[in-house]
Design a protein around this ligand. Structure first.
Ligand SMILES: [Zn+2]
Length: 144
């Protein structure tokens, strides 16, 4: 994906052949956060630093988004082209649960506890014609 840039900078390592989510870790108590936070929600300390949270997890819970979300909506889909998609919480190895769009969009493809993998998807093009990309998770066996 040359000419591709993140829709929201700082959420994942990019460009990178094997992208990882970027969060933060509290150096005082070890609490993780995503996205990266300058202060710790657990101990209120300011002693945090960015941490790569990896690109795998397990599906903690999920649902199917079957209607267009309210604006701001970040793709160029219209009510006519909209397709349902999965939404879920993926539990990362550090214990953090991250809300994410899921590639799978039917209930029979999703199971609580299934292994998931991060992938980077193009959501639309910007004014310069560059792809704007974001992350989602998919079933680990489907990852490429
Ligand atoms: Zn802390």
């Amino acid at each position: 994906m040359s000419g591709a840039k993140p829709l929201h900078p700082g959420l994942f390592t990019w460009p990178n052949a094997n992208p990882s989510l970027i969060g933060s870790r509290c150096l005082d108590c070890g609490e993780h956060a995503f996205p990266s936070q300058g202060s710790c929600r657990a101990c209120s300390g300011q002693n945090t630093q960015n941490a790569e949270l990896g690109n795998t997890g397990t599906l903690w819970t999920w649902t199917i988004q079957s209607f267009m979300p309210k604006t701001p909506y970040h793709t160029d889909e219209t009510p006519e082209t909209f397709r349902p998609y999965g939404v879920g919480y993926v539990e990362l190895p550090c214990g953090l649960k991250v809300e994410s769009r899921l590639r799978e969009n039917t209930p029979d493809a999703l199971r609580i506890g299934m292994p998931m993998a991060l992938e980077i998807i193009s959501v639309r093009k910007d004014e310069q014609g560059d792809d704007l990309v974001t992350f989602q998770f998919c079933a680990a066996e489907e990852a490429h």
